[in-house]
Design a protein around this ligand. Structure first.
Ligand SMILES: [Zn+2]
Ligand SMILES: [Zn+2]
Length: 182
């Protein structure tokens, strides 16, 4: 959906879009859209700002990614307000004059005919995902020795000690194995 600047010159532009599960392209194969994605809000041209646009409202969806620790599925419920400001890209004002006030929200830029709602929604939804995507804070991950998912099975592997990582050093466990085959 195009948020048309021309239309905003006449009136505030409300939007209410819903994408069915897997109906939205996140351009990220690691992300699966499990629930409907809803974006509701208003786009308006702010008067006396030289073309500044404010887009505000709310985004909601359910996403799934791979857990960073156990490679299982990690689910994320996203429900967040958005409040964004955009300026025309070909602004004639000098760099100093477009300096952003302290504390002001980050400013984006647009070109005519306007802003694509999909681009805004994609960026804002992905921003809601945490840096570390885990299935749960308590996820125990995968055993580095045997590869078992430690959430499902408790293996009895000992964490590798510093000695094991040095190649060529005589290893007691290998010695024991040799004895077995004699
Ligand atoms: Zn996990
Ligand atoms: Zn193990």
């Amino acid at each position: 959906m195009l948020l048309s600047i021309k239309e905003m010159e006449v009136r505030k532009l409300p939007f209410a879009e819903t994408w069915e599960p897997n109906g939205f392209d996140f351009s990220d194969p690691a992300v699966t859209q499990k629930g409907p994605l809803v974006a509701e809000g208003v786009a308006e041209l702010l008067p006396h700002t030289g073309g500044e646009v404010r887009v505000y409202g709310r985004i909601r969806t359910e996403l799934e990614t791979e857990c960073d620790r156990c490679l299982g599925r990690a689910s994320f419920h996203i429900d967040a307000p958005i409040d964004l400001y955009y300026r025309p890209l070909d602004t004639t004002a000098g760099e100093a004059e477009v300096a952003i006030d302290e504390g002001e929200a980050e400013i984006g830029f647009y070109e005519l005919p306007g802003l694509q709602l999909e681009d805004i929604v994609r960026e804002q939804v992905l921003l809601q995902l945490p840096m570390q995507r885990v299935c749960s804070e308590a996820c125990k991950g995968i055993c580095p020795v045997c590869g078992t998912n430690r959430n499902e099975t408790n293996c009895s592997c000992q964490p590798p000690s510093a000695d094991d990582r040095q190649p060529g050093v005589g290893d007691d466990r290998w010695m024991a194995l040799k004895d077995l085959h004699i």
